[in-house]
Write a protein that binds this ligand. Structure first.
Ligand SMILES: [Mg+2]
Ligand SMILES: [Zn+2]
Length: 174
C-alpha cells in the first residue's frame, strides 16, 4: 500500500485569506513547493483535505470552492507537483457531517479510494483540528505549521521543514 501526505489547504499550502472564493486570490506559501516536491520525490501521494464551510454558510458556491481548489492544483502542477485528489467539506460546523475536520472522514475516504496506508501516512495542517483529524484517521505522524503549539504535536515553520522532519530523519517516518 502507498503512503500519503494529507495536507490542509488554507494556511498550509496557500495563504489563508479567510473564505477565499476567487481563484485569482490563490497564493502559494513560501517553501510550499519545495516541501511538496521532496515528499513527492520520496514516494508520498499528496492529497488535500480542506474544510470549506463558506459553501454551507452561503458565502460562496461549491463551484467557487472547486475553482480555488483547481487553481491551487494548477499552480502546483506548474512546479511539477501532482496532487492525487482534493477533498473538501462544504458543510456547516454544526451539520454533524463526518467529513468536516476534526472528523477523519475526508482522510478515510481518500485513503480507501487510493489504496493508502494511513498508519504510514502524515497529516500536516495549521490548526489543532487538522492534527485531531490526522490522529483520528490513524496517521502516526501529524505536523503543525507554525501557529500556536498543540500538546504533543510536532511544530514546523513550513512544508519544507516538514519534509526535513519526515524525510531527513527516517526514524521520524512510520
Ligand atoms: Mg488551515
Ligand atoms: Zn462535511
Amino acid at each position: 500500500m502507498k503512503r500519503a501526505v494529507f495536507l490542509d489547504r488554507d494556511g498550509t499550502i496557500i495563504v489563508d485569506k479567510g473564505y477565499l472564493a476567487d481563484p485569482e486570490g490563490v497564493e502559494l506559501l513560501p517553501r510550499a513547493v519545495e516541501g511538496l516536491r521532496r515528499f513527492q520525490a520520496a514516494g508520498y501521494d499528496l492529497l488535500i483535505v480542506t474544510n470549506q464551510s463558506g459553501v454551507g454558510r452561503g458565502y460562496y458556491s461549491a463551484a467557487d470552492a472547486e475553482a480555488v481548489n483547481a487553481r491551487t492544483v494548477a499552480l502546483l502542477a506548474e512546479s511539477g507537483i501532482a496532487i492525487t485528489e482534493v477533498l473538501y467539506c462544504p458543510h456547516l460546523p454544526n451539520a454533524g457531517c463526518s467529513c468536516r475536520k476534526p472528523a477523519p472522514g475526508m482522510l478515510l475516504e481518500g485513503a480507501a479510494r487510493h489504496g493508502i496506508d494511513l498508519e504510514r501516512s502524515v497529516m500536516i495542517g495549521d490548526t489543532a483540528t487538522d492534527i485531531e483529524a490526522g490522529r483520528a484517521a490513524g496517521c502516526t505522524l501529524t505536523l503543525l505549521i507554525a501557529a500556536s503549539p498543540v500538546p504533543g504535536a510536532v511544530v514546523v515553520a513550513d512544508l519544507a521543514q516538514a519534509a526535513d522532519y519526515v524525510i531527513g530523519y527516517p526514524e521520524n517516518s512510520a
